[in-house]
Design a protein around this ligand. Structure first.
Ligand code: SAM
Ligand code: SF4
Length: 334
């Protein structure tokens, strides 16, 4: 039995993203359609004990870092119980959470206590009406309270994820950058990805992240590259002169980082996804109770992992080498 999850391109996989639900209390325009979504019935969602068993099978193969995601993970009851179960597994060093932050103020202390190490909060606008429009009715003041509560609970670094969309929030880059002057947070600008669909809405909203550094230059805000941001991500990071926090650019479409991909994904309904973009999946549930079979299935998934995704081809309309996933982002976990 190998001791590491290495694919045929030599990429070592030590990071598992675990989606705990496909449900959400918001409906972000780029993630989930307002209507027409069907959700998995409860009996098809992996139980916390089953998720823990999967991670126990992978820790001996070098999986060290976990991210809990969704849907919105905090809509699932007792998430702190899962965090406590996962943090007790020998070898697991880092457990991060991706959340929209709406319920975070209530849960941050219990999650910290259970062993959660970091939080990423998604926040695409600081303007209340616009935030509500992007998220299908969300209240931005709750997210800001969640951010504050996370800081008080002692999470560090706290990262804010901002999906940049042309004509939607591209005029707020300055406001987000200025947040880093005062607050020790890391703002990650993320390119809008054509995952699950690549309709006219995506093409109209997509913009490359060169816009962020151009904004710094236009405003005369000096910045330098920095390597000090802790995490698993592929962001290239910068600090504005004199700033308490930092900002990063994640550009999966315009300049992919597949060569250094270290991640695997487990969907809420128990499918291993070796790549975010492609349709390829492997159902793990039938192997629960057999750690060797779970590990073998992950190896099989890894063996089939393509060298790269081809999201950029969705822009140009070129033919793809594999079939893209039909899952929406909320059904994968980002
Ligand atoms: N509900 C949680 C949240 O919003 O953080 C976790 C799940 S969400 C699917 C994970 C991340 O995916 C969020 O940061 C979200 O902004 C991002 N995301 C969703 N759809 C996206 C898209 N089409 N392009 C880029 N990022 C996307
Ligand atoms: Fe929900 Fe997160 Fe998707 Fe927004 S991005 S709809 S908060 S899962």
């Amino acid at each position: 039995m190998p001791t590491q999850l290495v694919d045929k391109y030599g990429r070592i996989h030590d990071y598992l993203r675990i989606s705990v639900t496909d449900r959400c209390n918001l409906r972000c325009v780029y993630c989930m359609p307002e209507e027409g979504m069907t959700f998995e019935p409860d009996h098809r969602i992996l139980r916390y004990e089953e998720i823990t068993e999967v991670v126990k099978a992978l820790a001996p193969l070098g999986v060290r870092k976990l991210r809990i995601t969704g849907g919105e993970p905090l809509v699932r009851k007792g998430l702190d119980r899962l965090i406590a179960m996962l943090s007790a597994i020998p070898g697991i060093e880092d457990i991060a959470l991706s959340t929209n932050g709406i319920y975070l103020a209530a849960f941050a202390p219990a999650l910290k206590e259970a062993g959660l190490t970091r939080v990423n909060i998604s926040l695409d606008s600081l303007v209340p009406e616009r935030y509500a429009r992007i998220t299908g009715g969300g209240d931005v003041s709750k997210v800001l309270k969640g951010l504050q509560a996370s800081r008080l609970a002692g999470f560090h670094p706290i990262k804010l994820n901002v999906v940049l969309m042309k004509g939607v929030n591209d005029d707020e880059v300055e406001s987000f950058l200025r947040m880093t002057l005062e607050q020790p947070i890391h703002i990650r600008f993320i390119e809008y990805m054509p995952v699950g669909y690549e309709g006219a809405g995506w093409k109209a909203g997509y913009m490359p992240l060169t816009h962020v550094l151009e904004t710094c230059e236009r405003l005369g805000l000096p910045y330098t590259a920095t390597r000090e941001v802790y995490g698993n991500g592929p962001a290239e990071s910068y600090r504005l002169e004199g700033a308490a926090g930092t900002f990063g650019l994640i550009h999966p479409v315009s300049d992919h980082f597949c060569g250094s991909c270290n991640r695997l994904r487990l969907t809420a309904d128990g499918n291993i996804k070796p790549c975010l973009y492609w349709a390829d999946e492997y159902q793990v549930r039938k192997h629960i109770g057999d750690p060797a079979a779970i590990a073998a299935l992950f190896m099989k998934a890894l063996d089939a992992k393509p060298e790269t995704h081809e999201m950029a081809r969705a822009l140009s309309g070129e033919r793809m080498s594999h079939a893209p996933t039909l899952r929406r982002m909320s059904q994968i976990g980002g």
